[in-house]
Design a protein around this ligand. Sequence first.
Ligand SMILES: Cc1cc2nc3c(=O)[nH]c(=O)nc-3n(C[C@H](O)[C@H](O)[C@H](O)COP(=O)(O)OP(=O)(O)OC[C@H]3O[C@@H](n4cnc5c(N)ncnc54)[C@H](O)[C@@H]3O)c2cc1C
Length: 454
Amino acid sequence: MKKNFVQKIANWGNYPVVTKNIRTADTLSAIRSFVEQHNEVIARGNGRCYGDAALAENIFSTARLNKFINFDRINGIIECESGVLLADVLDLIIKQGYFLYVTPGTKFITVGGAIASDVHGKNHHSEGCFSDYLISFKLMIEDGSVHNCSESENAQLFWSTIGGMGLTGIILSAVFKLRNIETAYIRQESIKAENLDQIFSLFEESDSWTYNVAWIDCLQTGNRIGRSILMRGEHATRNEIDAKKRETPYVIKERLLPSVPGYLPSVLLNRFTVKLFNKLYYAQQRQKKTENIVDYERFFFPLDAVGNWNRIYGKKGFIQYQMVIPKEHGRQGMQEILSAIAESGNGSFLAVLKLFGKNNPFAYNSFPMEGYTLALDFKVNLQLPTLVAQLDTIVEKYGGRIYLTKDSMSKNSLTNYLRNVENPKFVSLQHKRILNSTITSQTTHGTNSKRNRQ
Ligand SMILES: Cc1cc2nc3c(=O)[nH]c(=O)nc-3n(C[C@H](O)[C@H](O)[C@H](O)COP(=O)(O)OP(=O)(O)OC[C@H]3O[C@@H](n4cnc5c(N)ncnc54)[C@H](O)[C@@H]3O)c2cc1C
């Protein structure tokens, strides 16, 4: 390990950018001495969270914890180090007829990051979060000791680490279950919805589909508010794919991936370009409903098709605002959120709506709760904090909350929901920010925060 390895670093949104001490190692003794010798440590996977979560005074990168430990091909159970990317897991397992139970919208995240954020995919309503398929993991805690954690062993550490944003220690390795697939393809249906009422009915109607997600045109107003396209999907069986694909059902066509070479001028992203993009995107599908077979990359990871796409937002970066509003208030909440965005003119190319199913009550630090979740990208500019505050007020009014792995500026009352993670050793910049604003708002308003009441 290098000494004093200080560098400029940011997560996927390139906001904030900080200069911090970052190290990596793959031996237990080197990781232990890093933990012992530093305070305010946080583990970092592949930096695919958006804001300040994987940043701290002292960052331990799991880049070198990238080895597979065991693959039980009969039972579909894998064991690997925490810095292994989901992309590498998929490369290994698909050809053996397996897939991940839960995957987020990018495969370039680590297993450790998937546990610490307890990521969800397009199938939360039917299959829950990453942790629902997690058997155990090894965690290094503040004194450098390593603990095996599962539902039956160190159960409190197990559940608090899931969705615990790295605040309980460093996950070193994990064991999790895989699902069987017959092909690497998805049977997809895309259905256009003219407004919020239509898209909400489509979500209800599509409850029996494994995967559901909607792209939403966030700049529409009036009775076109919520104009969107729902995409639903199932893993295709051998019989559903054409004869040519059936010869090698687990192999998909390799594509050349273009990459954004540098930061683009952020002026290119404005109300007019977003409006035009949204119009063209909605219009490209002519029929009300289309059905087709697409490969898993296209269905699950369309954004991964362009390398460094985060640079299109310019040097100042962007945030992803993802909130969830309980189901009973979903319709009204989304109406108000989308109206506020359209009025602000701060549109987003990427606006994704999903319906979460019931949460796992044991995984108390996980973000999802039964309800509608919307995720939108906004470039950082002077008006953004005002818009975020406005959206936060709506989310709070309806009893919702913000996804910590995307957060960098939301109200602490919406982000201060983690339990059993207090630990002076493991402290991210995000956690410090949230705690500091809790203290400030207590001093200003004399109120008790949620954290203090738990
Ligand atoms: C294009 C894109 C699409 C996305 N889509 C989704 C989605 O659909 N659903 C979803 O849930 N998320 C989504 N995300 C967010 C992403 O899945 C999470 O932020 C994930 O945690 C990132 O993993 P990472 O390995 O990059 O971790 P990092 O970003 O490096 O870290 C994220 C958090 O995990 C902690 N952490 C990382 N490794 C460890 C470890 N070994 N031990 C302890 N703590 C650790 C960090 O401290 C930090 O708090 C998306 C992100 C992108 C960029």
